[in-house]
Design a protein around this ligand. Structure first.
Ligand SMILES: Cc1cc2nc3c(=O)[nH]c(=O)nc-3n(C[C@H](O)[C@H](O)[C@H](O)COP(=O)(O)OP(=O)(O)OC[C@H]3O[C@@H](n4cnc5c(N)ncnc54)[C@H](O)[C@@H]3O)c2cc1C
Length: 442
């Protein structure tokens, strides 16, 4: 059996490794257009911040490791140009020119591409969109002599880059067409904005960037009325599934625009599987709906599932509720599931609970807070979504995520065994108070 994996990121290398484990005799080739496989783009902000000094630390395993330890043939700097499904052949291009490869099974793990409203923005000097480790390296080198940096977009990557750039002493300005972390309620978004301003970051909300151009060696950001000038700009405008190859071979795309797959990660063609930031999966909040969840944990698991099924194991990926976390300096920010507005659009009557509470026992220093909003489904008595910001967010978000994904009802949440000790949580933790408020009222 010959398996070809297109894309050597989290999903692709998980899939390849799984096939190797299950099918020792399989011939496995991975084609990756960048210089790295098994790498963590999530670490780029921390590389910019100098928390990570060597870009190679963001690489879990090298092509040599895969060859020597797992007998997986990895070809970096090699792009898959086209696929002929009926002949089960594909064409690659590298410095050595074009080559034709046969396959029995194809796994597409082509990831996502940064959303850029106009591709011309990427031709402007000192403008960066982050995708590959090379992008992080190029930005870091360029930043050495630059000081005034614009961050376009106030989502996860924008927030992380703003922190990184500010920590290395740059003057940072964020431009966001809505509000910082637009998937949060305005009052939570406001807390993040204030934290940014405390760190001397300028925040322009409601600012739509219309164009970006060079003016000499500088970068001009063109808005409706203002045209401020910077030394460089970093784009963090979200991502779109990289479906170019899938589209070119007629694979079905789903309702979100990403590749449609079933729970085994099989596409509309029985010999082609897909995994990672290029696919959509079941939404674990609204039954029957699909969710685009371009996050690293999902990509790894989807790759595992795709590889398992190519290895004939019948493993299924249930879906995602979109649990995601980031931070700005000491402020941790977590989101999962859907908002009140989204629930309304689906005709679901909600019971939202908002709490501001101590992150630890009130007497245990340092005194820090956690802000939590849980949106419950009033009829089914289960959580649908949550926003958690402040301190010790990760555990609380993981708990709510598990409750959402598994339809845990509010009574079970209230009586659940959330651990307590003064350094970690108050004895009546915000999680338990939130479920108690709903439990007592309905
Ligand atoms: C700056 C940044 C920070 C992030 N932080 C987080 C975080 O904190 N938490 C989180 O959960 N997620 C985070 N993410 C997202 C996370 O990195 C992705 O969800 C994850 O990498 C997806 O894995 P993947 O394998 O699907 O795609 P990728 O890792 O993007 O891999 C896809 C690979 O396919 C290759 N490829 C595409 N087309 C071809 C072709 N035709 N031929 C050959 N190769 C091809 C690409 O070069 C790429 O290497 C972050 C992403 C970025 C950019």
């Amino acid at each position: 059996m010959k398996v070809i994996v297109v894309g050597g990121g989290a999903a692709g290398m998980s899939a390849a490794s799984r096939v190797r484990k299950l099918v020792p005799q399989a011939e496995i080739k991975v084609f990756e257009e960048s210089s790295y496989v098994s790498y963590a783009p999530c670490g780029i902000p921390y590389y910019i911040e100098n928390l990570v000094n060597d870009i190679n630390s963001l690489v879990t395993y090298t092509p040599e490791f895969f060859k020597n330890e797992r007998n997986i043939d990895v070809h970096i700097k090699t792009k898959v140009l086209k696929v002929d499904l009926s002949a089960k052949q594909l064409t690659t291009v590298s410095e050595e020119g074009e080559k034709i490869e046969d396959f029995d099974y194809l796994i597409l793990s082509t990831g996502a591409v940064p959303f850029v409203p106009d591709r011309k923005w990427l031709e402007v000097n000192h403008v960066y969109a982050l995708r590959h480790l090379e992008d992080g390296d190029a930005l870091k080198n360029d930043l050495k002599n630059l000081n005034n940096i614009a961050v376009i977009g106030g989502g996860y990557v924008g927030v992380e880059m703003a922190e990184a750039l500010s920590k290395i002493g740059k003057n940072v300005t964020i431009f966001e067409m809505r509000r910082v972390m637009p998937n949060l309620d305005p009052e939570y978004s406001q807390i993040i904005k204030q934290e940014m301003q405390k760190r001397s970051i300028k925040v322009f909300e409601g600012f739509t960037v219309k164009a970006i151009e060079n003016t000499g060696e500088k970068v001009r950001i063109i808005g409706d009325s203002e045209q401020p000038i910077f030394d460089a700009a970093v784009l963090g405008l979200g991502v779109r599934p990289n479906v170019e190859l899938a589209k070119s071979i007629g694979l079905k795309l789903g309702e979100t625009g990403a590749i449609w797959v079933d729970e085994t990660m099989r596409t509309s063609n029985e010999y082609v599987y897909a995994a990672g930031d290029n696919i959509e999966v079941n939404d674990l909040v609204i039954k029957g709906r699909k969710r685009y969840a371009p996050f690293a944990p999902e990509a790894n698991k989807e790759g595992y599932v795709a590889g398992s099924n190519v290895g004939n194991q019948n493993v299924r990926f249930p879906g995602s509720a979109g649990s995601a976390i980031t931070k700005f300096y000491d402020l941790e920010i977590g989101v999962v599931g859907i908002t009140e507005e989204e629930a309304k659009r689906y005709g679901i009557e909600t019971f939202p609970v908002k709490i501001k509470h101590n992150a630890r026992a009130s007497y245990y220093p340092p005194q820090e807070e956690v802000y939590m909003k849980i949106v419950f489904d009033k009829k089914r008595k289960v959580p649908l979504g949550a926003q958690v910001i402040g301190k010790n967010v990760w555990g609380r978000l993981a708990y709510i995520s598990l409750a959402i994904e598994n339809n845990i009802t509010v009574d079970r949440m209230f009586f659940s065994g959330v651990p307590y000790a003064p350094p970690f949580a108050p004895v009546w933790d915000s999680l338990i108070i939130a479920s108690r408020i709903f439990y007592e009222r309905v």
